[in-house]
Design a protein around this ligand. Sequence first.
Ligand SMILES: *[C@@H]1O[C@H](CO)[C@@H](O)[C@H](O)[C@H]1NC(C)=O
Ligand SMILES: *[C@@H]1O[C@H](CO)[C@@H](O)[C@H](O)[C@H]1NC(C)=O
Length: 512
Amino acid sequence: MVNRGAHHSRTIFSSATARIFPRKPSPFTITLQIFFLFAFSILLFLFYTRNSFEYEQKHPYFSRESLLNQVDVHSTVEMSEEQLWYAPFSHGVHPCIEPTAKYKAAIGSDRYMTVRSNGGLNQMRTGISDMVAVAHIMNATLVIPQLDKRSFWHDSSTFSDIFDELHFIQTLRGDVQIVKELPQELEALPRARKHFVSWSGVSYYEELTQLWKDYQVVHVAKSDSRLANNGLPLDIQRLRCRALYHALRFAPPIESLGKKLVERLRARGGRYIALHLRYEKDMLAYTGCTYGLSDAESEELRIMRENTKHWKVKNINSTEQRVGGFCPLTPKEVGIFLKALGYPPSTPIYIAAGEIYGGNAHLLELTSRFPNVVFKETLATHEELRAFANHASQTAALDYIISIESDVFVPSYSGNMARAVEGHRRFLGHRKTISPDRKGLVEVFDMVESGQLERSMLSYLVQQMHEDRQGAPRKRRGPIQGIKGRGRFRTEENFYENPYPECICTSKRHFQ
Ligand SMILES: *[C@@H]1O[C@H](CO)[C@@H](O)[C@H](O)[C@H]1NC(C)=O
Ligand SMILES: *[C@@H]1O[C@H](CO)[C@@H](O)[C@H](O)[C@H]1NC(C)=O
């Protein structure tokens, strides 16, 4: 997981800088500049008259380098309210999760599937949605999954503590039968205990129906990433979306507090950014990212990594990690990033995260730029939060709701939460999600730091770099070419990160 996301980053600045500060203009460069000026005006024209939503794809005629040549590099580019806050253009794009005409419910089966769901909240949510689809493929009755109590999060919550169990069962009535518990008389029967192969397709699960010859109960030991992202029948993909976006609603106490907190945030100043600031101790120890930390802190993280058995990589060069774009942005980097994007210092920023490593000392580098930083604890009373104490998954659910409802969502690192929230926001109408190009950002930050790039250039460069990273409609990315075997699946964009085209459609037929 450490290296995920490398392919999303691009290196653009090495050649760009050479062109920003040309040494001696030759007649050729002058001609070139006139040409680019012309090209730039056309681009401006196209930009303002665009009516296609596919503008996340790079415009083929103009390279970013050519643009840089023409712009007055010393002016920060003022962003309008619309550019800062409005959702990307997505006219005519809408959710589509209805089954097709040939879809059949798998109901009334007397074969049962029990599931132990693993991971944190978002890994469990997507895993459970996959298990709904698997139960459908295998024609099994799904028993309400057990949640992970042993993971890093140590949360004793049960399914019904976190999710609206009745709603889950009823919403999926037409898809698969779900029961609260395994019938008493089956408890004592031997179960087929399976570790399903990750990223499996329909044929794998169809073959597994052979198990029903010998067993009446199949137990699934792990639910995360057991189903392929791509290549599944449309009805299975849409079932996954129905499960995740409609059936898996949070339990009423969580939903209701979540809504209250969103209202209080809005009352503070209208629009807000939800920042998933992935700067927790375990994250930094695992990724080996110590940039900006003291020697003592770095050592503490190294020891934690050394002592955590299931983290396989022990020797990590922090510099290489960071330059490669594999580190979460630091609070300071996030501050510089948001400022460069043009957000005013008064912008309310809700921090969706666990405990920030180093506490206030590191947070200060963000709050000094954006004093209006808000936490759950700022918004909710002690009494309101008491029920959530020691329930990391329930707290994460609050963060999820507030992140979904935000005007802008910014994850400082890619992970299960970032992916799930981004996908859900796409599904709900392509709400703005700004995905930092960490590799590119680190490159420009370091160039400013070392004096190779003028600070005044930063804003323009950062805005350019993120023009096509705002969550506009586009199809899910496939695997990276050239990677063989099962490793390829890891390089695919996750189904739940972007359920387009299966659960998000453009067809006029659906659009009334
Ligand atoms: C599903 O299982 C039920 C009973 O266990 C059976 O009657 C039905 O034919 C099965 N459906 C399919 C599609 O295999
Ligand atoms: C880490 O990598 C950087 C860049 O490759 C290198 O300059 C540095 O010496 C390395 N540090 C260690 C401790 O190996």
